[in-house]
Design a protein. Structure first.
Length: 169
């Protein structure tokens, strides 16, 4: 399997595991506010979704200002979303990433990203998808930390557990 595809599949698997785990906990945990890097699990998931959304739009060649303009109404919808709604939104977005990745003849093709504050970035699709995966991994760690602060364990979502899960399919 191509490494970019595998990393994307890991990201989807890990997000699925987080949602599965969150559904086993008391429902108030989703929005429970605490003192942490993010105020709640829901805030972390909203941020993760926003960034995944922005990067998918960016690698599809959309203009930064158009992406930001679309993000406002999406954010309002995310803030009102239940845990089940968020899970659905993540699954829907992952299908769009799947479609994008499958549509690429060469995932290492170069792309230019223009950002008004950070400037121009010459990169390739594979590296940008790896960034999305790394970003998700980082913030799933925040979710585990929040759950720990609230007296619950996080989900076992290290990459090695994904690799083991592939062996058992």
């Amino acid at each position: 399997m191509d490494k970019t595809v595998q990393l994307h599949h890991f990201n989807v698997w890990a997000n699925d595991k987080v949602f599965e785990h969150l559904k086993t906990l008391p429902s108030e945990i989703y929005r429970k506010e605490i003192q942490s890097v993010f105020p709640s699990v829901s805030a972390v998931l909203i941020h993760m979704y926003q960034v995944d959304y922005v990067w998918l739009k960016a690698i599809n060649g959309e203009d930064f200002y158009d992406i930001v303009a679309a993000l406002g109404p999406i954010t309002d919808d995310l803030q009102a979303a239940s845990l089940d709604d968020m899970e659905f939104k993540f699954k829907e977005l992952s299908r769009k990433y799947d479609s994008f990745i499958r549509s690429q003849k060469d995932i290492t093709s170069q792309i230019t990203i223009n950002h008004p504050h950070f400037g121009t970035l010459q990169s390739n699709y594979a590296d940008l998808i790896q960034h999305v995966v790394n970003h998700g991994t980082y913030h799933r760690g925040h979710i585990s930390a929040i759950l720990n602060q609230l007296g619950h364990k996080g989900a076992s979502i290290d990459y090695i557990f994904y690799l083991y899960s592939l062996q058992h399919q």
